[in-house]
Design a protein around this ligand. Structure first.
Ligand code: PEP
Length: 254
């Protein structure tokens, strides 16, 4: 059995007002606090972070941002610098496919963001994953490994970094990958990081699966040897679903 600690993170995306976010956290907290074998993270929109940080104070639930910018300050209207998030979050999602697809983030920017996050001491959750067309053309392996290489290129110490393998065709579609298929790609990601950073870093690296994870399908993913938790979108907005996914992650290691 893997000694890696599972991590389940909820990506709320552009959902919830501050009041709705607080209500969501309140609904999840009692159960969520009980699953100590798992790192539990919620990633609300930026504007809710302060209020939710306050609500989570003294609990084991950690906060993540959904993005950051790679510069420390300056004329970047609408962007959020890493230092502005310091003391507020522990994690930051980087390179989510929606950022890549709708906001033109490329591998080079993802690499800069990973560096910026590590510099401030955040745990980056770095997202990679292929499109449906790439999947159908059999390009998953080459594409995902190239994304991983680019994301970590030239970074000497990957520190606490987490990777989320999220096939784009599985995100928000209700069509999850097969657990065996996801595990195979995740094992390949681990091997790629091994080539870049060495075997010890690779074997300690936590790699989540993401893409239409629910409480109904997650047990089969968490039973896979290379899958260390989940990045959860839609189901993270449903307290029963999210806490059940965390429970299943806890059961896979206890
Ligand atoms: C995500 O956005 O990272 C995600 C995996 O979404 P969903 O769980 O809704 O597919």
């Amino acid at each position: 059995m893997s000694t890696r600690r599972p991590i389940v993170a909820g990506n709320w995306k552009m959902n919830t007002t501050i009041a709705e976010g607080l209500a969501l956290v309140d609904a999840m907290l009692p159960k969520l606090q009980t699953f100590d074998a798992v790192d539990r993270v919620v990633c609300p929109p930026f504007v809710s972070l302060s209020a939710i940080a306050e609500r989570l104070r003294g609990t084991p639930i950690r906060l993540g941002a959904q993005n950051l910018y790679a510069e420390a300050k300056g004329a970047f209207t609408g962007e959020i610098a890493p230092g502005m998030l310091a003391g507020l979050v522990d994690y930051v999602i980087i390179g989510h496919s929606e950022r890549r697809q709708y906001f033109g983030e490329d591998d080079a920017l993802v690499n800069r963001k990973v560096r910026a996050a590590l510099e401030v001491g955040f745990v980056p959750i770095v997202c990679v994953g292929e499109s449906l067309e790439q999947h159908e053309r059999g390009e998953t392996e080459s594409f995902v490994t190239s994304q991983v290489r680019a994301a970590f290129d030239g970074i000497g110490d990957l520190g606490t970094v987490v990777v989320a393998y999220e096939p784009i065709w599985a995100i928000g579609t209700g069509r999850a990958a097969t657990p065996e298929g996801a595990n195979a790609t995740i094992a390949l990601i681990r091997a790629t990081v091994g080539d870049q950073a060495g075997a010890a870093v690779a074997s300690a690296l936590r790699i989540q699966y993401g893409g239409s994870v629910t409480a109904d399908n997650f047990a089969a993913f968490s039973a896979q040897p290379d899958i260390d938790g989940a990045l959860v979108g839609g189901a993270s907005l449903r307290p029963d679903q999210f806490t059940d996914i965390v429970r299943l992650a806890a059961e896979s290691v206890t």
